[in-house]
Ligand binder design. Structure first.
Ligand code: BMA
Length: 365
């Protein structure tokens, strides 16, 4: 056989052995699920739900959402702050070994995982809330600490790529970097860098993770806080459609006792419109009321927002923050005065916990 034919045969063999071109990636499957739940159910999420809650920590199968409602949340939030320092536990003392275990479990059960990241700076290793020095201009390309920042991303990527099932599947997730940049409390907030610097940081982060580190199982969420009225305001720091899958908003303030839920609804309408025009997901990526001083909050605040007809027809998920016992919790525990209201909301047809999502996916196969 001449050499050319032999070479062509070998190429043919290699191509035919590769996974079929039309096989859907885990990331695409996750995106499709988030799209297809639109108008049917809003997935309910909770940060750190398996890790700890009211008077317990790392108890197999436990979750305050489960204790109150009988089911797990459909969206599982986890925090990666600290991974860049090479330490064993995140800044909330949850070990990275456990976070991997929890995220794998959530995936195996049919849930959606999302990661937030409150990193320590690559400059002087100050925490995310320390705004005494400018950090962003020093870590973006061209900055004096850019190489140091790349090392932080290496650690992050290695960890994300280590969350692999026994069958070798890198589990898909939503990554939500540089959130609440319209606030002033983080070193990447609006008073600590320019919109362009934030865009550079966001773009570099996503590109480097995807292209250099092979983190291709990741959807990306853009999540400013509530400081916008128009789409122009909202997009001030937006890195571009090619970098973002989830058009999000964090919003605690408008849902406080003195807040105006109508404001939250209006802002969700703004992001929903943009997400729909661009074929993206929209979500209320973080909310809650610390220690739930208003026992009816889940019905009279969150419930009102989620039952607005445009919101109900369009957003894919929402997530309440973590349950650090007594002083910093956002979901009730059994007996806490708001527990019955939270259950009432989560029992509604249009608000989905894990079993609702699993059932839906079975029927959609
Ligand atoms: C914040 C607070 C902090 C926590 C951080 C990262 O909103 O809950 O206590 O360290 O998130 O989870």
């Amino acid at each position: 056989m001449n050499k050319l034919i032999w070479t062509l045969l070998m190429i043919g063999l290699i191509v035919s052995c590769k996974a079929p071109q039309n096989e859907i990636s885990e990331k695409q499957k996750l995106f499709d699920i988030l799209q297809s739940v639109k108008g049917k159910g809003i997935l309910f999420g909770h940060q750190d739900t398996y890790a700890y809650g009211y008077t317990w920590k790392d108890v197999e199968g436990n979750s305050d959402v489960k204790r109150v409602t009988g089911d797990y949340p459909a969206v599982f939030g986890w925090e990666l702050g600290g991974i860049e320092k090479g330490v064993k536990a995140n800044l909330d003392t949850v070990s990275f070994v456990n976070i991997r275990k929890y995220a794998l479990k959530a995936f195996a059960q049919g849930g959606v995982n999302t990661f937030s990241w409150h990193p320590f700076s690559a400059t002087k290793r100050v925490d995310s809330w320390n705004t005494t020095e400018r950090v962003v201009d020093k870590i973006i390309p061209g900055g004096a600490y850019h190489e140091a920042f790349k090392k932080d991303l290496d650690a992050l990527a290695d960890y994300l790529n280590s969350i692999v099932t026994e069958d070798g599947v890198k589990i898909p997730f939503i990554f939500r970097p540089w959130h609440e940049m319209d606030g002033t409390w983080f070193w990447w907030g609006r008073t600590s860098c320019t919109p362009q610097e934030l865009k550079d940081l966001f773009q570099f982060t996503v590109k480097y993770l995807r292209e250099d580190k092979g983190v291709d199982q990741m959807l990306v969420a853009y999540s400013p806080d509530r400081n916008f009225n128009t789409i122009e305001d909202y997009l001030t720091w937006y890195p571009g459609d090619e970098y973002v899958d989830v058009i999000g908003m964090d919003n605690y303030y408008d849902l406080y006792t003195k807040g105006l839920v109508d404001e939250a609804i209006k802002k969700l309408h703004v992001i929903i419109k943009y997400a729909n025009e661009k074929g993206k997901i929209s979500a209320l990526t973080e909310t809650g009321y610390e220690n739930i001083p208003d026992s009816t909050w889940y019905i009279n605040k969150l419930g009102v927002v989620l039952s607005d007809s445009i919101v109900a027809a369009n957003i894919s998920y929402t997530l309440v923050w973590r349950n650090d016992p007594l002083k910093h919790f956002f979901f009730p525990y059994p007996g806490q005065p708001s527990a019955k209201y939270a259950k009432e909301l989560l029992d509604r047809d249009g608000i989905w916990l894990l079993n609702d999502l699993v059932e839906f996916n079975k029927q959609n196969k």
